[in-house]
Design a protein. Structure first.
Length: 208
């Protein structure tokens, strides 16, 4: 799993040639109140990630903090190592970081970012995350798959403050074979089922 959560503090995505130690260290540092910029500096360095070679150049990180959302120190930060596969890159705004590698092109990241931003006024976080995944998939997603399949896995995980044992929502579609179903479409079904089962706590999007 590429996601690391620090409930009430923030989240980190550690992807490309994923380093679980980086994911876990980043989540722990978020819980301590460390800024995303400092976390990225620590993880994307030879001091942290050297195994005879600069392995940090194969990593990709996105870090968002909830502790200082209006301060420069609390702004999202991201890193894409130069050895990650094209297309690779990132985009981030005030409360979001979107990054990817082995993508069809920058339009995948742009589509996800724009969908997340456009739904800010009418949708809660979980819905916005899924809308972003759907928009990225609609632009082709992962170039190792067909444009119709778009990815080999997809997930939405949302934690609330105090969710130490398990996150409030954790929906994962994983380990699909190439040429199979679109995991984002399967995730949408799981998401809709989850919201039906949790009507009392799932707000859902409102009409424009």
């Amino acid at each position: 799993m590429i996601a690391g959560l620090a409930p009430g503090h923030g989240a980190i995505a550690a992807q490309a040639f994923t380093n679980p130690a980086g994911r876990d260290e980043g989540a722990a540092r978020l819980a301590e109140g460390t800024s995303p910029q400092e976390i990225v500096r620590e993880l994307a360095s030879s001091d942290f990630d050297w195994l005879g070679l600069p392995f940090y150049r194969l990593r990709q990180y996105g870090v968002v903090s909830l502790d200082e959302p209006t301060a420069l120190a609390g702004a999202p930060a991201s890193y894409t190592g130069p050895w990650t596969l094209d297309w690779h890159g990132q985009r981030h705004g005030r409360d979001v970081s979107v990054q990817g590698n082995t993508l069809y092109g920058p339009e995948v990241v742009d589509g996800a970012f724009d969908a997340y931003a456009a739904s800010a006024a009418r949708c809660p976080l979980a819905d916005r995350l899924l809308l972003a995944l759907e928009a990225g998939a609609a632009q082709g997603g992962d170039r190792r798959c067909s444009r119709q399949q778009a990815a080999l896995s997809a997930f939405v995980i949302v934690a609330k403050p105090g969710d130490e044992a398990a996150p409030w929502m954790r929906l994962v579609v994983d380990h699909l074979a190439k040429g199979g179903a679109n995991p984002v479409a399967l995730l949408r079904r799981e998401f809709d089922d989850w919201q039906t089962q949790h009507r009392a706590e799932a707000e859902g999007c409102t009409a424009r």
